[in-house]
Design a protein around this ligand. Structure first.
Ligand code: PSV
Ligand code: MN
Ligand code: MN
Length: 386
């Protein structure tokens, strides 16, 4: 049984799905188009609404601009609201235009920097129209060769650009700065790690926080340590959840290493990140290269829920007492016992209490939605990056 407190946290949990995950994607070698993929941002909202209808905990959709550009964002917001969906984080795109060859806000050319800042400012305005409270900034900026550009000057350019954007945001909007250790650049990335993002956020302003994309770390990195430290500093803005085996694989969250996901949730809960007003955004950032995206997204949301439920089962009083006694084996057992608990029946019961099918994947199969979208939309849906 979940405690009343754990059930309350699980009922209140919100997991945001990304618009781009509903489109076709692949590798640089091949995109295998799937049947039934959304042809418009509105159809991405329809799919997100299905995921929310069946899970009950995924009521918002993150947008990527310009991939999801529409003539009227207020109208898109209404379209989403009619289907029970809010528009979530706005993800600007300062990495796909020819001008960004040497960077965006870090580019040596002030004209290129202005173009990038103007796009970020436009995304703030789009966020106001869509009712979004988060601007998720990922900079693909970096260099490929030693000496290519001045590392410190590029840091200064980030601070200058993002301070301007931060100060233009409404008071209730936050700027989350994502980091990534490599790719597309291979000698330096201008925001390669949480330390750089954190240092930038401290200079940029109060509403600048770090975004942790689980796929953006070197193998073996202890992500939950980063989580604990950033939460303690009040600068953990949220996550882009996904799974990696090698690099930025963007596979389904919880697929490769559910224990890591559990350890992350354990630290988030320990640091109060899931308390009301905790402010930690749980967003997915995935691609579905082979599998159909709607059931994959349902599965991903359930994976986050399962990791959360297990983390909520950790007997924190027993853990504190084992820690105080210096009994590291007992302390570790408290944590691993929770991880080894099968929470699926408990979550099924909770879903039924919330008026939903206990098994969202089975409910999806029974709904006939996949057959319907394949028949209606055929091939030729939208692709990641376009
Ligand atoms: C970059 O690898 C990234 O994680 C950023 O969040 C982008 O916006 C996203 O992927 C696009 O898939
Ligand atoms: Mn990401
Ligand atoms: Mn990524």
């Amino acid at each position: 049984m979940f405690s009343a407190q754990a059930a309350r946290v699980l009922r209140a949990q919100r997991i945001e799905t990304p618009s781009w995950a509903y489109g076709n994607s692949g590798t640089r070698f091949k995109v295998f188009p799937r049947e039934g993929v959304p042809r418009t941002p509105q159809e991405k909202i329809d799919d997100a609404a299905k995921v929310h209808e069946l899970t009950g905990v995924a009521p918002s959709l993150a947008l990527h601009i310009p991939w999801d550009r529409v003539p009227d964002f207020a109208e898109l917001r209404r379209y989403a609201a009619d289907r029970g969906i809010a528009l979530g984080a706005i993800n600007p795109n300062v990495f796909q235009d020819d001008e960004y060859r040497y960077g965006s806000v870090c580019a040596p050319d002030p004209g290129v920097r202005r173009k990038a800042i103007d796009h970020l400012l436009e995304c703030v305005e789009i966020g106001v129209a869509t009712g979004s409270k988060v601007l998720s900034v990922w900079l693909a900026d970096g260099t490929n060769y030693a000496g290519q550009d001045d590392i410190r000057a590029r840091q200064d350019r980030i601070t200058e650009a993002l301070t301007e954007v931060h100060d233009a945001m409404p008071r209730d909007m936050r700027l989350l700065l994502e980091y990534k250790l490599f790719e597309p650049h291979f000698y330096t990335m201008d925001v390669p790690d949480w330390g750089t993002s954190f240092a930038q956020c401290l200079r940029i302003g109060e509403r600048a926080q770090v975004l942790v994309d689980t796929g953006h770390h070197a193998p073996g990195t202890n992500i939950e340590f980063i989580v604990a430290v950033l939460l303690r500093e009040g600068r953990l803005g949220g996550f882009h959840f996904n799974s990696r085996n090698y690099a930025d694989d963007d596979l389904m969250v919880g697929a490769a290493d559910p224990f890591q996901l559990f350890r992350i949730m354990h630290e988030i809960i320990g640091g109060g990140g899931l308390e009301p007003g905790g402010g930690v955004e749980l967003m997915l950032d995935q691609c579905h290269n082979l599998e159909p995206s709607v059931p994959a997204m349902i599965r991903s949301v359930m994976n986050v829920q399962e990791a959360t439920a297990k983390a909520l089962l950790v007997d924190r009083a027993a853990l504190a007492s084992a820690q105080a006694d210096g009994d590291l084996l007992a302390a570790n057992a408290v944590v691993t016992d929770a991880f080894n608990t099968d929470v699926r029946p408990l979550l099924g019961a909770l879903r039924e209490e919330m008026g939903r099918h206990p098994d969202p994947v089975a409910a999806y199969r029974e709904s006939g939605y996949q057959q319907r979208i394949e028949a209606e939309r055929g091939q030729g849906g939208m692709s990641w990056g376009a």
